[in-house]
Design a protein around this ligand. Structure first.
Ligand code: FUB
Ligand code: ZN
Length: 652
């Protein structure tokens, strides 16, 4: 969709920001143009379309009062409000996920349910366009008084849902509701020159989607206006007046002057996603510079090996650099989802694959961990160690994560391919087909892969007519030693040579910005093959991360591994990784839906019969992909494995 609207986008851009020049280098191919057929992802998309959405619907309309709130608010007078003031957002996010799922898995009953909800939402909208069940039911005299109260955040999720539903079904009802609300917000704030700092960012990125969807310049202007409100002392409400903590929502300095990551992780991710979207259109390099600096602060000093962020529970966000506790890691699922959004936008602006490396890390590990294999159990926090007390749940009081991971997985197709006027970019290796327009003619692409279990990739290219263009294949960051500055590096592992063939013959390629670039004349049926050599990587972290001292982690391809008690006699904390472990990799088709396991011999620490001293004995240890843990009931787990006896817990 982004690609289709790029022309309109430029037209309106020239009308309103004459000096600006788009900074966007790559245009993601919309998920709706990508057909996924992948042995790893297809079952997950199906599970989300069935089990996850079923759970979201059940909790949204029966087990909690989220839909009842809309029903009551339709009377446009005060009444009982159930739940928390931001609960409307969960209805919208579930609807957005339903819209994506309807595209990939058409389902008349699901569409009927969505239409039913949309009727209720529309009925609750006030004549002036305002829509928020909390304030309608508790007293409209208080609306727009506390900038933390998520009215604009809920509006943002409404807009995203409305666009997704319009794209899938062509039905405008929710879109018209969203447009009326967006116009209401514009008239109450920007056009009235009334300051407003969003206490939970989201509206900015949503308005940019609405701008691209409608080509109406006021949405771009409003998104930019929201960004520019920050950092000028305009904040009012709980965050500012009670907590006195504008950093919590990244409002301590103007966005363009921000250099460090602070505060609430999801808020930060949504903010920078929106800022990147604005910068892509307006060409404002100030935002790009700030985001690059902040990105390095996130990735080089504050990101877990799982791509999870926001280590602290008390602010659901960032703490001191390098302070990355494992058992107490917060790492909210939504924050990893946000990492996927933001890193996609950074890749789109820069054309650099390092952002997709982070996107992939967060997607396959920190985010996917949030969803059970059955699709109806969730993690809100995703720690990297557990003594067995951290368990997936059916739902949460604050239930932002279930529908967030649902909408991400259901729209996975958005992250696989990009294009520019030079050619096509393959970002994620996911079995899929798409057709892109290059130099005025269609090029069909068909990707087959054994990723993430093995690194075989085959890409068949079917240009309408023979044509010269680039095909850029991402060389995943995990292939080579991470660049200096990164938090994580390999203990020892030379990068294997990578060979790329076209129609069976080795070709030369240029490596640029993390992609292997093949520029040639492509003809119907050309087939690119490559093998991304996967090996078990022993990973260590920078010495500044005290929590990982004398510990190593295991990674294979994009997947981070963990040791779970279920595979190891109930324990995951009572062994030491020896100096030069020998790893055995095996694909176990029945285990956890089919996973590669890593087995190695470790030194189990046992108390000697005298009860005083300890001794070690050899024990084979099996590690599973991190995303798959806690799918067999409660069990201890660790990602960072001890190499010395000092950190052993014998009973877990
Ligand atoms: O405030 C709305 C959502 O709830 C946030 O994004 C999450 O972190 C949770 O606090
Ligand atoms: Zn969440």
């Amino acid at each position: 969709m982004i690609r289709c609207f790029s022309f309109l986008l430029l037209v309106s851009l020239f009308a309103h920001t004459a000096a600006a020049q788009s900074l966007q280098k790559l245009y993601p191919v919309s998920f709706s143009a990508v057909n996924i057929q992948d042995s790893f992802w297809s079952p997950r998309l199906k599970t989300v379309a069935d089990a996850t959405l079923k759970a979201c619907i059940e909790y949204t309309e029966n087990k909690t009062g989220r839909i009842r709130n809309f029903e009551r608010a339709a009377a446009h007078t005060t009444g009982r409000h159930e739940g928390i003031y931001y609960d409307d957002s969960d209805v919208y996010k579930a609807l957005e996920a339903m819209a994506y799922a309807l595209r990939t898995h058409p389902n008349p009953a699901l569409e009927k349910k969505a239409d039913e909800w949309i009727d209720k939402i529309a009925a609750a909208q006030l004549p002036d366009g305002y829509l928020n069940t909390y304030y309608t039911l508790t007293g409209l005299n208080q609306r727009w008084t506390d900038m933390e109260r998520h009215e604009d955040y809920c509006a943002g999720h409404l807009i995203e849902a409305a666009i997704a539903y319009h794209n899938t079904t062509g039905k405008r009802k929710l879109l018209d509701v969203a447009i009326r609300f967006a116009d209401h917000i514009d008239s109450v704030f920007r056009l009235a020159n009334r300051p407003w700092v969003s206490g939970h960012q989201e509206i900015e990125l949503a308005l940019m989607k609405l701008y691209h969807h409608t080509s109406k310049a006021s949405y771009l202007q409003l998104a930019q206006w929201f960004l520019e409100q920050r950092g000028h002392g305009h904040g009012r409400g709980k965050i500012w007046d009670d907590w006195k903590d504008p950093k919590y929502c990244q409002d301590d300095v103007p966005v363009k002057d921000q250099k460090e990551i602070t505060g609430h992780a999801v808020r930060a991710m949504y903010l920078y996603t929106g800022a990147a979207d604005v910068a892509a259109v307006t060409g404002d390099a100030g935002y790009v510079k700030a985001m690059n600096t902040v990105w390095e602060d996130v990735v080089y000093r504050n990101m877990y090996i799982t791509g999870g962020i926001g280590a602290q529970a008390h602010n659901e966000g960032f703490g001191v650099d390098y302070d990355l506790p494992n058992e107490d890691a917060y790492c909210e699922t939504c924050a990893s989802v946000g990492m996927v959004f933001w890193n996609q936008r950074m890749n789109m602006l820069s054309g650099h694959a390092k952002f997709v490396d982070v996107l992939e890390r967060s997607l396959y590990n920190g985010a996917l961990d949030g969803l059970s294999l059955s699709g109806d159990r969730f993690f809100y926090g995703n720690p990297l160690a557990s003594t067995g007390t951290h368990n997936r749940r059916e739902w949460f009081g604050t239930a932002c994560c279930p529908s967030n991971i649902a909408r991400l997985v259901a729209s996975l197709g958005n992250y696989i391919y990009s294009t520019s006027d030079k050619g096509v970019w393959v970002n994620l290796y996911v079995g899929s087909s798409t057709t892109v327009k290059l130099a005025g003619s269609n090029v069909a692409l068909h990707l087959q892969t054994t990723y993430p279990w093995k690194g075989d990739v085959s890409l068949t290219v079917q240009p309408q007519k023979s044509n010269t263009f680039e095909i850029n294949l991402r060389l995943p960051g995990w292939l080579t030693e991470p660049a200096p500055g990164n938090l994580y590096s390999y203990v020892a592992a030379p990068a294997p040579a990578l060979e790329i063939k076209v129609n069976g013959k080795t070709v030369n390629y240029k490596v640029e910005d993390g992609y292997a670039k093949i520029n040639r004349q492509w003809k119907k049926g050309d087939q690119i093959t490559l093998h991304l050599p996967m090996q078990v990587r022993l990973v260590k972290s920078r010495p500044e991360v005290a929590q990982n001292k004398d510990r190593v982690a295991l990674q294979y391809g994009p997947l981070v591994y963990c040791v779970e008690g279920k595979d190891n006699g109930g324990n995951a904390w009572n062994f030491i990784v020896p100096q030069n472990p020998v790893f055995e990799m095996a694909f176990r088709p029945v285990l956890l839906g089919g996973v590669n396991t890593i087995t190695f011999e470790a030194n189990r620490v046992v108390v000697a019969p005298d009860g005083k001293s300890v001794r070690t004995e050899k024990q084979p240890i099996t590690a599973i992909p991190y995303y798959a843990w806690n799918n067999r009931g409660a069990s201890p787990m660790q990602v960072w494995l001890p190499t010395s006896i000092s950190d052993i817990k014998l009973n877990y």
